[in-house]
Design a binder for this molecule. Sequence first.
Ligand code: ZN
Length: 364
Amino acid sequence: MLIAKLDTVLVDAKNAQRGGSYVCPACGQRVVLHKGTRVQPYFAHRPAAPCTYPGEGETAQHVQGKRQLAAFFADWGTVTLERILPTIQQRADCWIAHQPQAIALEFQCSPISRDDVAQRTQGYRKVGAYPFWLLGKRYAQQQLGWGLIDRFAGWLKGWGLCLLFWDVDRQRLRVDHHICQAVTGDYQCQQTWVTSLAMLVRGPQRRQWWPDPNLARFRWELDRDLRRSSTVLQPLQTAVYLTGHHLAGFPESLVTTQVTPPLFGRGVLLWRIVVAAWLFEHVRFSLATARRLGEEAFRLVGGTTTAIRFQGPQLVNRALADLLADLVAGHFLQRIPNGWRVLAQPQWAADYTAWLENDEKKLG
Ligand SMILES: [Zn+2]
């Protein structure tokens, strides 16, 4: 920590003298000044008496990063290092007195559980501050996945859904923005390095671009994962098997190139496959039926509507509207007064049907 109390005065470690009786401004316990040649000065609790406020142990990265971030965000308002918030028992790494809403900045370098992120985020909201998570090196090295997105991703004007990483060595911000999911379920983002607050406010200057989904690979992976008895895919396979189909033999007509918010579990294409398999069991169906099946399939593909910092409440209804519109446009469905009527069955791949029959013989 960078700020300690000497008598009644807050002292920054860089101005502190050895030998003073410094105490932690949060818990009131004695802290020790560490002054070395390689690490910037900081205070630390004695190991026998750790802080009662949650926070991370000081590393060179964390100590240095907090100061850099305080400087980086200075134009947004007065920055207080390690602001203590007694009502929620939290200490914000940096507190920015931004108008109209204060910003509580957390520079997260060490591992942290989902529950702790949720609790701290909620705490900041409770005191009316915008929780702003910046991630350190260990997170920057991770592959973009649900674990990161669920805990730390949030909306930022101009950047869509994003993750922010602070690079202490280069003193700049990496923004992984417009985070979304390809139809195949892969998480994807655009990446921009930001060197000033003005750049962050301006937003990305390039247009977003997404590669076309690799459907051959997707089929191959589905097939492979099913042979390995993937616990995620088995319930999905069972669902379409009962309609006489195989997941990997899904009709081309169900493919879309649209991306989704990153809440779709194994991806919107698998969801479409299951929903379509179920819908085409009917001669006609209502919107209520389609919604029920849509929700059920969403659960099966591991979808969720809430992460810690963002939500997608209308996700399934929107995906359903798109799917139904595509099926009407493809002349598979016809809109009728109380729902839809099936006109034609989408074509499932034949070789997988043959494979399915072999499986049935084995089972028989
Ligand atoms: Zn303390």
